[in-house]
Write a protein that binds this ligand. Structure first.
Ligand code: ATP
Ligand code: FE2
Length: 330
């Protein structure tokens, strides 16, 4: 089947087309604020401005027309209200105009499912680290369950906030990654793991303090990465141990980071697990991931009346039935 996926929960508006086997196209446009963080209304204006072009190019690149679609999927939440409304309105309009079924999709589900599609992971423990989220997720009893998560800001958000203090625009993660390569001294930062949960606001505050004390910026970036990545890898390792699964999937925007990728690989190798790392191109928000999750939902019986496609800013991954994974432990 051929599925169009529309994504636009935060900084990026994107349209992707997939079928059962592959990604046929994926076109994105990212809103970069002139100063400060992402302003929801400005991001929504950007999305409304670009959405037609992004969808058109996605069809052109795939060599398809809207009539060829079997399903339209869009990201229903979580995310910024004004941005979610732009995407849901476009998706509903397309669905009505071309008489195509419509499904609202959970955004984190997209991150995980595109990772599984591209890597071939079957039933992994997922480390999903992005701007807004830092979660360790496992499929148990018919759903993805969140075993542990951040109690305050997402890891990516912490990196972006610190980058902003350095005068670096969004996304800050890639620049911090480059600066960290020249860091040598590991500065002490709060290592906050409580059971399976994590916390990053204390690390951010401490890093900001080092900055005001004039510490070497590369050392701070290096220490930020080493400390926060060690925390999430520790939780991941514990989740592997508790659940008896043997595959790992790393997903979300921060999964583009090579230092994190190598730490996950090292842990997997030392403990005899198989690590799958989402293709870097599809770690950040993209339409193809929403199309992929929507396709799996549709193939397994999910249907939504247009009235059921209301956006949900607090939509959690554990609200979605996931019958396409047969869990050996359930
Ligand atoms: P969520 O998925 O929680 O809704 P989001 O959609 O805003 O959050 P993504 O697009 O998945 O987030 O990821 C964006 C985040 O990834 C940003 O915080 C960005 O700084 C971070 N990021 C991107 N590349 C890198 C990198 N190389 N190293 C570290 N972080 C990175
Ligand atoms: Fe995301």
């Amino acid at each position: 089947m051929i599925v169009l996926g529309l994504e636009g929960t935060a900084h990026t508006i994107s349209a992707g087309i997939v079928d059962e086997r592959s990604i046929l196209s994926n076109v994105s446009s990212t809103y970069v604020p002139e100063h400060g963080g992402i302003h929801p209304r400005e991001a929504a204006v950007h999305h409304a401005d670009k959405i037609y072009d992004v969808i058109k190019r996605s069809f052109d690149n795939a060599g398809l027309k809207p009539e060829d679609l079997d399903l339209i999927a869009f990201s229903m939440g979580p995310g910024l209200g004004p941005c979610l409304r732009v995407v849901s309105t476009a998706a509903r309009a397309l669905s009505i105009k071309y008489s195509k079924p419509l499904l609202g999709v959970n955004h984190p589900l997209g991150h995980v499912e595109i990772g599984r599609k591209l890597s071939g992971a079957r039933d992994p423990i997922m480390l999903y680290i992005s701007g807004g989220n830092t979660q360790v997720i496992a499929h148990l009893n018919g759903r993805y369950r969140v075993l542990g998560e951040t109690m305050d800001i997402g890891l990516g958000n912490m990196l972006d906030k610190f980058a902003r203090d350095l005068g670096i625009p969004f996304p800050g993660g890639p620049v911090i990654e480059r600066m960290a390569l020249d860091g040598k001294d590991l500065l002490e930062l709060p290592y906050s793991v409580k059971g399976m949960d994590t916390s990053f606001s204390g690390i951010y505050t401490a890093a900001k303090r080092y900055l005001s004390l004039g510490k070497n910026k590369n050392d701070i970036c290096y220490s930020l990465q080493e400390t926060s990545f060690s925390m999430v890898v520790e939780v991941l390792e514990r989740a592997m141990y508790y659940t008896n699964k043997n595959e790992i999937l790393l997903a979300g925007g921060v999964a583009r980071n090579d230092r994190l990728r190598s730490m996950v690989n090292d842990m997997a190798r030392d403990s005899g697990y198989k690590a799958y790392l989402t293709d870097k191109e599809y770690c950040m928000d993209n339409g193809a991931m929403i199309a992929q999750a929507g396709m799996l939902m549709y193939m397994h019986g999910a249907r939504q009346d247009i009235m059921e496609t209301r956006i949900n800013q607090r939509f959690r991954i554990d609200e979605v039935p996931v019958p396409w994974i047969k869990d050996e432990n359930s």
